[in-house]
Design a protein around this ligand. Structure first.
Ligand code: LRY
Length: 232
């Protein structure tokens, strides 16, 4: 699949993020692969998968393009923080590498441009995870193939809200040539459709589809608790 046809294959469609946080019972390679197979059966255009080991297992098990990321750490830049992480994902079979493209310093002192160039040279595309319009513009100017709202709400300065940041979707869609991906806290099909209507090219949904622990917690909280320490 060429870069253009890969991008076209995602246009107007759903991507399912098949991840589980550290310590979660679902964080097993086989379980995560089964999530990806279920996403494929349900009609997803692609899956978004964390960690090269899980990426390789998913690539072997599903026919969908895999968007790979590698979360390393939990502060600062930790979504595919370095060129080394990015290239490991390409080697594992990711067709698209998702990486933090915020303005924060990267742990190896590299630039986002260097990551983009390395991934392109290795034959894959880059999805820039951003938290605001300026970062999206910069990422697109540096060659990102997709710009995703992934980090809005998770970086100081971006709106802290329970709803998806559809304003950022619309701002990015008006400002960058790269396809804009709506991602983060999209909880219903209506919100996903609204994201497309606001200019998104694709929509990534994770928690609302693949996170039974978090979803159980929502219902438990809705019933007035109790929330256990593990679920807190
Ligand atoms: C901020 C961050 O680390 N986001 C991660 C990026 O890969 C994932 O934990 C999210 O589940 C994903 O972005 C999908 O979002 P939601 O689960 O809200 O549909």
């Amino acid at each position: 699949m060429t870069a253009t046809s890969l991008a076209d294959s995602l246009a107007g469609r759903l991507v399912v993020s098949c991840q589980a946080p550290p310590g979660d019972p679902m964080r097993q390679t086989d379980t995560l692969v089964r999530m990806a197979r279920a996403a494929q059966d349900g009609g997803a255009a692609a899956v978004r998968v964390n960690d090269p080991v899980v990426v390789a297992a998913t690539v072997a098990a599903v026919d969908l393009p895999v968007i790979g990321l590698w979360k390393d750490g939990d502060t600062g830049v930790f979504i595919t923080p370095t060129v080394r992480h990015a290239l490991a994902l390409v080697a594992a079979g990711a067709k698209i590498v998702a990486a933090d493209a915020t303005a924060r310093p990267r742990p190896d002192g590299s630039t986002f441009t260097e990551l983009v160039d390395a991934v392109h040279n290795a034959g894959a595309l880059v999805m820039a995870d951003v938290s605001n319009l300026a970062e999206g513009r910069a990422a697109a100017a540096q060659g990102a193939d997709f710009v995703s709202t992934t980090l809005s709400g998770y970086v100081p300065g971006s709106p802290q809200q329970t709803a998806p940041d559809l304003n950022l979707v619309a701002e990015l869609a008006a400002a960058v040539d790269a396809p804009v991906v709506a991602e983060g806290r999209i909880a219903t099909p209506a919100q996903a459709a609204e994201a497309l209507a606001r200019g998104a090219s694709s929509v990534v949904v994770g928690t609302a589809i693949t996170a039974p622990t978090a979803l159980t917690r929502l219902f438990v909280t809705g019933l007035g608790g109790p929330v256990t320490s593990k679920a807190a």
